[in-house]
Ligand binder design. Structure first.
Ligand code: 6R9
Length: 635
C-alpha cells in the first residue's frame, strides 16, 4: 500500500499532505493495517505541548515483541532476523532466524522473570554489540520491563549515575568485550559502578572474552546455564500503549544526563514506518546499520524498526579499522549488504585512507546509503556517493534525535532528489518550522532559524525519567506550543532543510552528543584546576573536537603542563569515558565573562576555531583584557 511504502515524489507529496491535514486518520490507518494489537485504541491522539502531555493510541493493548517476532514466525520463521558479524573476521558470523530469535528472547525473558523482574521494573543493559544485547532488549519488552541500555564505552561513574537515576534492579553485562585488537574488562567496570548502586540485586554475565573475572556471591550469575534450563516459551505481557518501553540517556547542556522515556505503541508504529520508507526495505534485503545499540540509532534502526518489518538486520561487534581500514567494505561484500547506514565521522575517517581499501571489495549489492548523527560535509558526501554508492545509490541524510525516537527529516530514496548536506524534506507526519530570536515563526523561503516541530508525532519521547519539569523546560519552554530541537537549520528556496548544528551547549564529537557541563565538572575535580570552559572546534574526522580552557589555582609553584593535560584527560576518561577527552587544553589566567558571570562561550568557540575576525563587542565583558591573552596563547 502506497501510504506505507512511498515509492516516488508524487506519492510522497500526497502522503505528506494527508499526514498534515488529517494526522489522526493518517496514523490510525497505518497502525491498523500493519501491526498486531491485542485491543484497539479508544483515541488516536491526545496532546498538549504546554503541560506537556502526549498520548498516542490510548486504550490500545499490545506487546511490541509479538510485532517484532511472533507474527513473522508463520511465514518467515526460517528467515534470518539478525546476522551477527564478530569483531574478529576469522570467527564465523551467526545467522539467527526469526524462530531462533523467538526462542532465545523467550528464554531470556523467563530468566529475567525468575530473577524477580516484572512489568515496570528497570533493567540496565551494559553489553557489547553481541546478539545477547538485542535479545536482552527484546526480553525486557516481552515481560514489560523497562530497558535502559548504557553504551559499553561509558565509564563506571557514568554507568552508576544512570543505574541510580532509574533505580535499576538488575544489570546484564559480559565478562568483557572485543574492540579491534583490544579487549575491555566490562565486568570490572560494572563492579566498580555497583559499589555506589544499592538498587542492583542481580548481575547476569554473558561469557564473551573468556577472561578471569570476579563473581560476587549472591549477586552475580553466569547467564548461559540459566538460559540452558529456561523454557523457550514466555507468554508476552500485555501492555498499554503508553506504558514505557525504554529509558535512554542523552547528554544535556547542564548537569546530569536526561533519561528520555519512550512508550510502546507510538514508538513501534513510527520506527517501523520510517524504516520501511527511508531504507526502501524489500524482503530479501540485508540491512546494516553500523551504530551501537547503546545509542538511539541502534534501538530504532538495528532492533525495533527492522524487526517490526520482518527484516534481516546486521549487528557488527567490531570497529571500522580492524583488522584494517577496509573492514566495513569487506563486511558489505561478505553479507551482500543492500542498505548501509553509518555516521559522517566514520565516512570522514575512511575517506582519508587510500582508495584501495574500498576497491578491493565488491560493493555492487548496495542500493541505499544513509548517514546520521551530525551534519555531513560536502566533501564526505561526495566521497561516499562516488566511492561507496558509485553514484547509483541514493544517500539518505537522516536528521533526528534521541528525543524524537525516529527519523524526522530525510530524503526518501528514489523519490526525493538529494542535495549534499541537506536532510531535505520532513517525513510524513512531521511539521517542522523555523523560529527567530523573537520567538516568531519565519515563514517563506529561504529562511534560517531555530528548528522546532509544531505537532506531535508518534515516537516523541514522553518525559524525562523522574523529572517532568526538566522535560518541559528543555523542550517546550523556549517557544510557545512547540517542541524545540536545540538545533539550528536553514530552509532553501525549495523548502529543503539543512541542519546547521546545535545552538545550545551540546557538542557533537564523532557523532556522540556531549554536554559541556559534565565534562567541565570532571575537569574541575582536578585539584590544580580552579575553573574551566569547554567548547567545540571543527575537526577533520570527528566533525568537532573538544577544546578546554582551564584556569589553574594559584599555588606559586611551576607545574608541568603536559602532565596536567594527561591527568585532566584521565579524569574525564574515568568520569565520562574516553570519547569526552579534550583534544586541546589551553591554560589561561581567566575566562571572558558577562557581568552576570556567564562565560561567553561564543568568543571561546571563535578563538578555538581560529577565527578571531569578528569577536563582537567585548567591551561589555567583566574582564575584556583576558580575551587578548587567550588569543595570544591559542593552541
Ligand atoms: C539520531 C541521533 C541528536 C543531534 C541532533 C543534531 C545531530 C543528528 C543529523 C544531525 C545534522 C543530521 N544530528 N542527525 N545533524 N544532520 N543528519 O544522532 O540522536 O545522539 O540524540 O543526537 O545530532 O544536532 O540534535 P542523538
Amino acid at each position: 500500500m502506497s501510504q506505507f511504502h512511498i515509492k516516488n515524489l508524487e506519492e510522497y507529496f500526497q502522503v505528506y499532505r494527508k499526514s498534515v491535514r488529517h494526522p489522526e486518520i493518517f496514523w490510525e490507518e497505518i497502525a491498523e493495517e500493519h501491526f498486531l494489537w491485542r485491543k484497539r485504541w479508544d483515541k488516536v491522539l491526545e496532546w498538549d505541548f504546554n503541560k506537556p502531555e502526549i498520548k498516542w493510541f490510548e486504550g490500545a493493548q499490545l506487546n511490541i515483541t509479538e510485532n517484532c517476532i511472533d507474527r513473522h514466525l508463520a511465514a518467515k520463521g526460517d528467515k534470518t532476523a539478525i546476522v551477527f558479524e564478530p569483531n574478529n573476521p576469522e570467527e564465523s558470523a551467526q545467522h539467527i532466524s526469526y524462530t531462533e530469535l523467538y526462542q532465545r528472547v523467550n528464554r531470556m525473558a523467563n530468566v529475567l522473570k525468575a530473577k524477580g523482574i516484572g512489568k515496570g521494573d528497570r533493567v540496565c543493559i551494559y553489553l557489547p554489540m553481541i546478539p545477547e544485547l538485542a535479545i536482552s532488549v527484546l526480553a525486557c519488552a516481552r515481560i514489560g520491563a523497562i530497558h535502559s541500555v548504557v553504551f559499553a564505552g561509558f565509564s563506571a561513574t557514568a554507568l552508576a549515575t544512570r543505574i541510580n537515576d532509574s533505580d535499576c534492579k538488575l544489570v546484564i553485562t559480559s565478562d568483557g568485550s572485543f574492540r579491534g585488537a583490544k579487549t575491555i574488562d566490562l565486568k570490572s567496570i560494572v563492579d566498580e559502578a555497583l559499589t555506589s548502586c544499592d538498587c542492583v540485586k542481580t548481575v547476569l554475565v554473558v561469557k564473551r572474552i573468556h577472561s578471569e573475572i570476579d563473581m560476587r556471591e549472591g549477586r552475580d550469575l553466569w547467564l548461559q546455564p540459566l538460559l540452558d534450563t529456561a523454557d523457550s516459551n514466555c507468554p508476552p505481557e500485555i501492555m498499554n500503549s503508553e506504558d514505557p518501553l525504554f529509558i535512554l540517556y542523552t547528554s544535556g547542556s547542564t548537569g546530569k544526563p536526561k533519561g528520555m522515556v519512550h512508550t510502546i505503541a507510538g514508538y513501534m508504529v513510527y520506527t517501523a514506518y520510517t524504516f520501511k520508507n527511508i531504507f526502501q526495505y524489500n524482503d530479501d534485503d540485508i540491512y546494516w546499520c553500523t551504530a551501537d545499540i547503546g545509542w538511539i540509532t541502534g534501538h530504532s534502526y538495528i532492533v525495533y524498526g527492522p524487526l517490526a518489518n520482518g527484516a534481516t538486520t546486521v549487528m557488527f561487534e567490531g570497529v571500522p579499522s580492524y583488522p584494517d581500514i577496509g573492514r566495513f567494505w569487506q563486511v558489505v561484500e561478505k553479507h551482500r549488504i543492500t542498505q548501509f547506514y553509518t555516521a559522517p565521522t566514520a565516512i570522514r575517517a575512511l575517506a582519508k585512507e587510500p582508495l584501495s581499501f574500498v576497491e578491493n571489495y565488491d560493493l555492487s549489492s548496495l542500493k541505499v546509503l544513509g548517514t546520521v548523527g551530525e551534519p555531513i560535509n560536502e566533501e564526505a558526501w561526495h566521497w561516499y556517493n562516488e566511492n561507496i554508492g558509485k553514484t547509483r545509490s541514493p544517500i539518505v541524510d537522516t536528521w533526528w534525535q534521541t528525543e524524537t525516537g525516529g527519523i524526522m527529516i530525510s530524503p526518501i530514496p528514489f523519490a526525493t532528489p538529494t542535495i549534499p548536506t541537506f536532510a531535505t524534506l520532513p517525513f510524513p507526519g512531521i511539521q517542522p518550522c523555523l523560529m527567530n530570536e523573537a520567538s516568531e515563526e519565519i515563514t517563506g523561503n529561504p529562511a534560517e532559524g531555530r528548528l522546532c516541530i509544531k505537532f506531535p508525532w508518534p515516537a516523541i519521547a514522553r518525559t524525562i525519567w523522574g523529572d517532568h519539569q526538566r522535560y518541559k523546560d528543555t523542550y517546550f519552554s523556549a517557544f510557545q506550543n512547540k517542541y524545540f530541537t536545540g538545533d539550528g537549520a536553514l530552509r532553501n528556496h525549495t523548502g529543503y532543510y539543512r541542519i546547521t548544528g546545535r545552538v545550545d551547549d551540546v557538542i557533537i564529537v564523532s557523532g556522540h552528543n556531549l554536554g559541556t557541563a559534565p565534562i567541565e565538572d570532571a575537569v574541575n575535580e582536578h585539584p590544580a584546576v580552579s575553573e574551566s570552559a569547554i567548547v567545540g572546534f571543527p575537526h577533520d574526522v570527528k566533525g568537532n573536537a573538544l577544546y578546554g580552557y582551564v584556569i589553574l589555582k594559584e599555588t606559586g609553584e611551576e607545574r608541568n603542563q603536559d602532565n596536567l593535560r594527561k591527568e585532566i584527560n584521565q579524569l574525564i576518561t574515568e568520569r565520562i569515558g574516553p570519547i569526552a577527552k579534550l583534544e586541546k587544553i589551553q591554560f589561561t589566567p581567566g575566562l571572558p565573562k558577562t557581568r552576570s558571570g556567564k562565560i561567553m562561550r561564543r568568543i571561546l568557540r571563535k578563538i578555538a576555531s581560529g577565527d578571531t575576525s569578528n569577536l563582537g563587542d567585548t567591551s561589555t565583558l567583566l574582564n575584556p583584557e583576558v580575551v587578548q591573552d587567550i588569543m595570544d596563547n591559542v593552541l
